[in-house]
Design a protein around this ligand. Structure first.
Ligand code: IVH
Length: 673
């Protein structure tokens, strides 16, 4: 290999190590050392070097986390040693039974036993196999013997190391643990899905499991998942004698382990731990449904053995579920942005898991029928994390005979239009095109941060504007004058001005935000981005047929139909025209994906401060035109953009004879395009 080749290879290896190091600090230790921008620079440099020298790409490179093609189906894999399940205890007495059995069977004295205790994660059990320190396989637990090969999907989970840390890693490591989704991430994901009209996940566990079992790794990549290791399978090349050691062995290799794991030597210590975790449960970032108690020494574990797929050396002491009883006072129907009617149980207020609950969703009519929920019933309510509480079941023995059945109204409770249920859908929808409930929800959506981002314009103002007849649709917002706003309650001069300014500032949205803001059914913020990149403008999108749309990756027939329907609606066309012509909204035309661009293949390096552009804006402009930005000057650099007080990059550029651009030359270059 040439000297230059070696240099590049060294740099690439160094970059991969650096990125893995910072990745671990960020995703495992929650303690980043560098800024996101610095991290991005390292990543971009690696990406560029690998693109220029494809022969040096390795599968464990941090740039390869996503990239595999979607699968037609999952392969199955047999676990080298079975992934066991856990016996359960639900009461103190059952835990004591377990403890006594352990003492009896292992013939150790009470004061000789040591347990490791840890949270029982409520997620999806998986196994990760590392050969010679490199991630080789990821599989779900499945039935314990055979699971599904989800290697590519798990690769996108950033807390899973692609390469184990440390100088001498064992030849074979099987790490076992749980894929979870934090409660906060779960709530956010569901909120986005709700906005996009997509079905909601019932709880973080389902969300995590559903995200891992995706045939397209890119979908998994878009979901905020985390891996916690809680044990080892086969390990070759390391001597580990107990469970506590195995956790710290995993931690040293770069895995996240529970920060709550602890060693206990007495029954009383385990009990205290159980109580503490039960108390903490609601304030924790992720859901746990109990604690797991494991005999610490492997030698003892072996002596105790396994009985029908559950070890006799471990038990899951489960928490009581986050459920309560209460009575349903009424069942009301709420109307969402897309006109969907949702039956909601109005409850006698009750505290569940520390939070007062007075409403619970009944999802749709089929659910009400299936659970046979009636007004007046006493029911079991469940809260999972921060999710909307739901009715689990009716306690039939408490019926008095006075309960009343619920019937879905055939007229919208808000606007009185006919309600219909489309074939194949579980939802009833209001057919009124100007139903105030829909108009209101649509308006909230339009002004929200991820859409037109009208800062400070919250629901209470928008509601008043509608009620006072100041606006009828989103486009009307752009005609509002300060005097109009002053008609609202508790409105001051300054506040009105701020709101008008916020509306004004939103006149130049990005295409993705604008598409999202339109509130097309089934198009959330992610898909809006996909559509923007693919079609480049509202008009470009509006003229697509269903067939053309489904050719786009990630767009299925349902989404395609929603898009076509949206643009076919006369009412929508009117609002669009109103926004564009009278409202003065700039409808951006952006570069389409794959279109020839003037800076394609050109590499830029930025040095010094620019007057009119931030680094990020400059970088974006270059990237939008197909160019890329590198962090250091090399022979591959095409242009160096030189601002005020440039650094050594400028000197290097001059030395190497690379073309430099001052700010005005650079601006000219990007504006000519
Ligand atoms: S140990 C033989 N530890 O619970 C021991 N399991 O019912 C096997 N789980 O699917 C597992 N948190 O994935 C262990 N701290 C923890 C756990 C845990 C959750 C899951 C596990 C398995 C199920 C067993």
């Amino acid at each position: 290999m040439s000297e230059a080749g070696k240099e590049i290879l060294d740099r690439v290896r160094r970059l991969r190590d650096l990125i893995s190091f910072h990745n671990h600090r960020y995703y495992v230790l929650d303690d980043p050392e560098i800024s996101d921008a610095e991290y991005d620079r390292l990543f971009d440099e690696l990406l560029r070097l690998e693109q220029e020298h494809p022969e040096i790409v390795t599968p464990d490179s941090p740039t390869r986390r996503v990239g595999a093609q979607p699968l037609a189906q999952f392969r199955t894999v047999r676990h080298s040693t079975p992934m066991l399940s856990l016996n359960k205890a639900t009461t103190d007495a059952e835990f004591l039974d377990f403890h006594r059995r352990v003492l009896d069977l292992s013939r150790v004295r009470e004061d000789e036993i040591a347990y490791t205790v840890e949270p029982k994660f409520d997620g999806l059990a998986v196994e990760l196999v590392y050969r010679k320190g490199v991630y080789a396989l990821g599989a779900t637990r499945g039935d314990g013997m055979v699971g599904e090969d989800v290697t590519q999907n798990l690769k996108t989970v950033k807390s899973i190391p692609l390469k184990l840390m440390g100088n001498s890693v064992p030849d074979l490591v099987e790490a076992r643990g749980e894929i979870i989704m934090n409660k906060e991430h779960f709530t956010r994901l569901n909120r986005e899905r709700e906005k996009a009209g997509e079905p909601l996940f019932a709880n973080p566990r389902n969300a995590a499991a559903g995200s891992v079992r995706q045939l397209d790794p890119r979908v998994t990549d878009s979901r905020p998942l985390m891996f916690y290791a809680h044990g080892i399978g086969n390990v070759e090349g390391a001597a580990i004698e107990n469970h506590w050691q195995s956790l710290h062995f995993l931690k040293k290799l770069g895995f996240r382990i529970s920060e709550y794991a602890k060693q206990c030597r007495t029954v009383e210590e385990v009990r205290t731990y159980y109580r503490e975790m039960l108390e903490r449960r609601n304030e924790m970032d992720y859901e746990i449904d109990g604690i797991v108690i494991k005999v610490n020494e492997f030698a003892l574990q072996e002596r105790l053995g396994v009985l029908s797929r559950s070890p006799r050396w471990a038990v899951a002491w489960k928490f009581p579920p986050q459920q309560e009883h209460t009575r349903i006072r009424d069942i009301q129907v709420s109307v969402g942005r897309t006109g969907v009617l949702t039956p909601v149980a109005i409850l006698e207020p009750v505290r569940v898991g520390g939070v007062e609950v007075s409403r619970a969703t009944l999802h749709n009519e089929d659910e009400v029928r299936k659970k046979d929920v009636r007004i007046g019933d006493t029911v079991v309510i469940q809260r999972a994390g921060d999710v909307i509480p739901e009715v689990v079941k009716v306690i039939e023995s408490m019926r008095t005979g006075d309960e009343k059945s619920f019937v879905m109204p055939d007229r919208c409770p808000v606007c009185g239009s006919k309600v219909e249920r489309l074939e194949g859908e579980s939802a009833h929808r209001c057919t009124g095109i100007s139903c105030p409930a829909q108009v209101k929800e649509n308006l909230f959506h339009f002004a929200s941060r991820a859409a037109m981002d009208m800062e400070g314009l919250g629901k209470k103002y928008l509601e008043q504007m509608l009620d006072k007849g100041l606006i009828k649709d989103p486009a009307d917002l752009y005609f509002l004058k300060k005097e109009d706003l002053m008609k609202m309650e508790r409105m001051g001069d300054k506040l009105a001005e701020n709101l008008i300014n916020a509306i004004d500032r939103s006149r130049n949205p990005s295409l993705a935000n604008l598409i999202y803001a339109l509130g097309i059914r089934n198009v959330g913020s992610h898909l809006a981005g996909v559509l923007a990149r693919e079609f480049g403008s509202i008009d470009g999108l509006a003229e697509q047929s269903i067939e053309e749309l489904i050719n786009v990756h990630e767009i299925g027939p349902i989404v395609a139909e929603s898009i076509v329907n949206f643009f076919h609606s006369e009412k929508n066309q009117e609002v669009l025209e109103k926004l564009r012509r009278e409202g003065g909204i700039h409808f951006p035309v952006e570069k389409k994906k794959g279109k020839e661009t003037p800076l394609k293949g050109k590499t830029f390096v930025l040095t010094g401060a620019l007057d009119d552009l931030s680094r990020d804006q400059a970088r974006k402009a270059i990237e939008e035109m197909g160019g890329r930005v590198a962090s250091s000057v090399s022979r591959k650099t095409d242009f160096v953009v030189v601002g005020k007080d440039p650094g050594s990059k400028y000197d290097n550029a001059v030395k190497m004879g690379i073309r430099t651009l001052n700010e005005s030359e650079f601006r000219k270059m990007i504006s000519e395009w």
